[in-house]
Every structure is written in C-alpha cells, then in structure tokens.
Design a protein around this ligand. Structure first.
Ligand SMILES: [Fe+2]
Length: 397
C-alpha cells in the first residue's frame, strides 16, 4: 500500500437541524452528545417539545483521551453530535463511527440551531381563512417569533430575522409577494432582517425608534391608529391597525390584524411582559409600559389573540405549536397584569430583570442602521433571547 492507498475514512452521516428537531419533538430515542466547552454548554442548550437525553463530553476530552471519552458514550444508541459550528462534532462523530457507535453530525451546530426557522400556521375561522393567513415563524434556537400575514397576492412580514431569502421564498410559496416590512420595535436581542429585506424588495419598511434613539436608515412612518391595507385582489383584503404601545422601548408598536390578532412585539408575552430597562430609563419606560397595558390596550376585546415576538421556553408553546394567548386570559394570568399601580409595577419589574443581554448595545446600534460584519452579528446573536421581565421568573430584549 503506498501513501495514496490509505483506507478511506468512514463517512460521517450529517443531520440538518430542520430534520433533527421534529424527531426530538416526537420523542424519538436519540442521544444528543454535546461536545462544546463547559461554559458554552451551560449558557445555551438545544430544546425540543419533549425532554432531550443529553450527555456532555467536551471536544478537548476526546483529543486528550479518546478511549476514555468514547467509553462515556453508550454503545446501543443512535447518537447525534453537536458543537458550536459543526466542525469539532464532525470529528467526534467520525471517532465514534470508527469505534462502532452509530453517530451523526449536526450540520452547522449551534449556529445552525440559532438560525433555524419553523413556520406554524395560526388556525383561523373559515371566514377569516377565506381572506387571509397568519403564520408565526418560530426561530426556535433563540425563542424569537416573526410573522408573515398573507392576503390575496400580498404579504406583510413583521419582525423578520436576518434571513431575507427565507421570507421571500416563503411568501412566494404562498402565492404572494411581500409588499411591506414592519418591526414592532428596535430589537436588542437579534439583528433585524427588516431593513435588508425591504431594501432588497424595494418596499416600505417601518420601525419607530422614539426616545433618544437616532434612526440612521430610511423608514416609511406609520401613525398611531392608522390602518394598513393588505390584499391586492378584488374582494380579498384585510386591514392591520397600527397601535402605539410604548414601554419596552419608547417607539414600541403593536399591529392588530383584522381586528383580532394582536402582534404585540415585546409589549406583552404569554407569561410575562417586556423588560423596560434596556435604555437606562426603567422608571420612565416602566410607567409608559403600565399605561400601555392598562389603558392603551384596555379597549381591545377579551377574545383578541395575542401573538408576541418572543418566548422563554417550551412551556409557553401551545398544543397547536404556537406561542399565543387570549388577551382576556393574559389579563388574568400574567402576574404583572395584576399589579394595580404604576409605581408598584415599576418596582416589581425593577426587581425582576436580570443582566441585560450580551451585546445588546451593539445589536441596538445595528438595528438603528450602523454597519456590522456578518461575523460580528453571528457572534452577538449567540444564545437565547432575554426580553421578558417577569415577576414570577426571569425570562427573555
Ligand atoms: Fe425587544
């Protein structure tokens, strides 16, 4: 055998995140081997709708003592190997394969997990469904929710992640073209895909910054109470009402689709409310949020369906695989909604918020229009959102 005749390495099967998650959701017996370092593993884990059996053996352990590390992996299981970007895990999966343990590499690792988008259709009444569709797009790795509303041959995208081609493709599959892009607020936990998507398509983009925020990109303003029409086909159209809901940020805006489906951004979640502390004005913004929740949203009927921009964990996902709630129920169950006075509300939130999300200041700057490299954005976006301020439990900016 000469140098060119080395035995071929056993190919390592790969698994896309989009193929893995549904299997984990169904409760398939898969063992997840996480080979990231301790700090990365503790900070951010893969979650599914059922508990995941996970073992953690860092990659460097495999390098230092391969036999001892391989011995920690059960032999009679289907193993999938996970790391930050899919490189170390591919090597470990290869070592396991050679040791006779069936294993697959999760392509792209936690980066791919953090980018994966899952569209879930909101069930509408037959009369509503004849006029429009509402899709909740779940960015599962981060707990970020965006929305695609389709009516006739037109679509509006709300709070898009930075995956412009995905939204374009999704709307096209629904037989529609995106005619407007909206952000509920200047996000602090993820870089908005709104401006690039709107620029690429040449359609209006809206976000309201407010306060001291200085927006450095073009925006088509929308006024509180304004109705935005969507449709484009004769006889098929809906209205989306713009509702100014300051508090989480001074410019936070909610959108009421067809008088019933309220896209609240980070104003109201299904188990908590948005944190008002990220601008250094927790008292002022906290009072604004109290006024929004108690007065500005007071006229909306109990049956209004709340569709937020974030969630904190799988417990907030309904049996329809949606993160949503009835406004009437949330008025009765969200702890912060029970607080009677603005001062007590602000005190409770002040006590409940934890550290600001990592890199939130940089992310806000990008969302106001500052340039940043793809590499930096990827780094800043690592990890779950921390947008909620909950008096019951710290959650998700
Ligand atoms: Fe936010």
């Amino acid at each position: 055998m000469n140098a060119h005749d080395e035995p071929a390495e056993t190919p390592v099967p790969t698994l896309e995140v989009g193929a893995l998650l549904p299997r984990l959701d169904r409760g398939e017996k898969i063992l997840l081997l996480d080979v990231r370092n301790e700090e990365e593993f503790e900070a951010w884990k893969v979650e599914a709708r059922r508990p995941i059996e996970t073992i953690h053996v860092p990659y460097f352990d495999f390098i230092e003592d391969a036999d001892a590390s391989i011995a920690k992996v059960p032999r009679n299981r289907d193993v999938v190997v996970l790391c930050a970007q899919g490189g170390s895990s591919e090597m470990v999966a290869g070592m396991l394969q050679e040791a006779g343990i069936p294993s697959a590499n999760i392509k792209g690792g936690m980066i791919a997990y953090g980018l994966y988008l899952e569209p879930v259709r909101v069930p509408l009444t037959a009369a509503e469904a004849a006029r429009y569709e509402v899709w909740q797009v779940n960015r599962r790795g981060k707990g970020c929710l965006s929305y695609v509303i389709v009516s006739g041959i037109e679509a509006v995208v709300v709070d898009p992640s930075r995956h412009a081609p995905w939204y374009e493709g999704f709307a096209a599959e629904r037989g529609a073209r995106i005619v407007r892009v909206l952000d509920t607020h200047v996000h602090a936990d993820h870089v908005s895909g709104g401006p690039p998507l709107a620029r690429k398509l040449g359609v209006p983009y809206f976000v309201a910054a407010g306060g001291e925020f200085e927006l450095r990109q073009p925006v088509t303003p929308l006024a509180d109470g304004q109705e935005v029409r969507l449709g484009g086909e004769k006889g098929v159209s809906i209205e989306m009402r713009v509702i100014s809901t300051p508090g989480h940020t001074p410019g936070s805006t909610s959108f009421l689709v067809d008088g019933k489906y309220l896209l609240t951004g980070d104003t109201l979640f299904v188990a908590s409310v948005g944190r008002p502390d990220l601008g250094g004005h927790v008292v002022e913004w906290g009072h604004a949020l109290f006024d929004t929740l108690k007065r500005r949203l007071a006229d909306l009927p109990e049956e209004t369906r709340v569709l937020p921009a974030h969630y904190s964990g799988t417990a907030e996902i309904s049996t329809e695989n949606l993160v949503w709630g009835c406004l009437g129920d949330l008025r009765r169950t969200v702890p912060e909604m029970q607080i009677a006075t603005a001062d007590a509300f602000v005190e409770a939130l002040r006590g409940a918020v934890k550290d600001p999300p990592k890199a939130y200041a940089e992310i806000i700057k990008v969302n106001l229009g500052a340039p940043a490299t793809e590499e930096k954005i990827s780094e800043w976006e690592l990890g779950k959102n921390q947008c909620a301020a909950s008096a019951r439990k710290a959650a998700g900016a």
